[in-house]
Ligand binder design. Sequence first.
Ligand SMILES: [Zn+2]
Ligand SMILES: [Zn+2]
Length: 110
Amino acid sequence: MDSGREYPNPFSRCPECGLVTEPRRLDYVAAAHGRIDWGHPVVVTCLACDRPHELTPLDVLELDGFHECDQCGQMTPCPEEAARLHCLRCGALACRPVLHDPVARPETVV
Ligand SMILES: [Zn+2]
Ligand SMILES: [Zn+2]
């Protein structure tokens, strides 16, 4: 099966590198309608650091923003803080500037 991106494609914050990414790889048990069966362990592999971590429904971030593709202009829904994702249309990998980088935090305006 290779018809572009299939959902579910949950974004989460990687506990290893701290970046918000879509999964490079998602290991889960499918429930009805292709949804994730959260009764079984769900493991995602981070698109940024390639390390696996377990995912719970609480870890899944809302798609509260969009990324505009440099290549084709497609608007791909993603969390506002997403650092790595693929374009929904052309599949180009996007590296977005991280707004809330937990490591290199920009100066905080009080
Ligand atoms: Zn990571
Ligand atoms: Zn694109």
